[in-house]
Design a protein around this ligand. Structure first.
Ligand SMILES: [Zn+2]
Ligand SMILES: [Zn+2]
Length: 187
């Protein structure tokens, strides 16, 4: 019966082919990556337990993650990143070291430095002012509310005091009235 290689789809003839024990697909030796020398040296057990590349790579997940190829690629990526980062660092270092003498060079132009500082301070001050203004506004709102509450409270306290005073005055007047009444009766 005519078989076709699962890899290259070419017809597989003769005995030189490998059959995957998982998917049962047939591969010619080239696609199975098995040399004819190895094929003839292979034991029957080895041939029967042979797995195609696809089944080998997709079969056990644990094996796949432990596959030395994967960490290797990751490591190489890391190494690339490290070298990249190092490269950037070196670049930055070089840049700053390049900048330093130029800065030292520009030290003599104090006006430029002063202008830069002034600009920087101006910007800082502006943002600070804006921020603090906002804070003051919101605080003012709060404080006005607070003072309003305080005012109401004091008003209420005054009213309460007034009322209490009146009550005591009334009771005093009542007492006086009583004594007055008694004295009238005595008359
Ligand atoms: Zn093939
Ligand atoms: Zn297979």
């Amino acid at each position: 019966m005519a078989k076709n290689c699962a890899g290259c789809k070419a017809a597989v003839t003769g005995r030189e082919f490998m059959k995957c024990c998982i998917c049962c697909l047939v591969y010619d030796l080239h696609c199975a990556n098995v040399s004819s020398k190895r094929f003839y040296l292979m034991s029957i057990e080895n041939k029967q337990s042979w797995k195609c590349l696809e089944c080998r790579s997709s079969e056990p997940k644990a094996y796949n993650t432990n596959n030395p190829i994967r960490p290797g690629t990751v490591a190489s990526n890391d190494a690339a990143n490290v070298t990249l980062r190092d490269g950037n660092k070196n670049k930055n270092r070089r840049k700053s070291s390049d900048d330093l003498p130029s800065l030292e060079h520009s030290v003599m132009s104090n006006d430029t430095l002063r202008a830069i500082v002034r600009e920087e301070l101006h910007e800082m001050f502006q943002t600070f002012l804006k921020k603090s203004l906002n804070e003051i506004v919101s605080e003012a709102k709060i404080s006005s509310l607070e003072s309003a509450l305080k005012f109401c409270n004091s008003q209420f306290t005054d009213l309460k005091k007034f009322f209490e005073d009146n009550v005591s005055t009334i009771s005093l007047l009542q007492k006086q009235n009583e004594t007055f009444k008694l004295s009238v009766n005595d008359l």
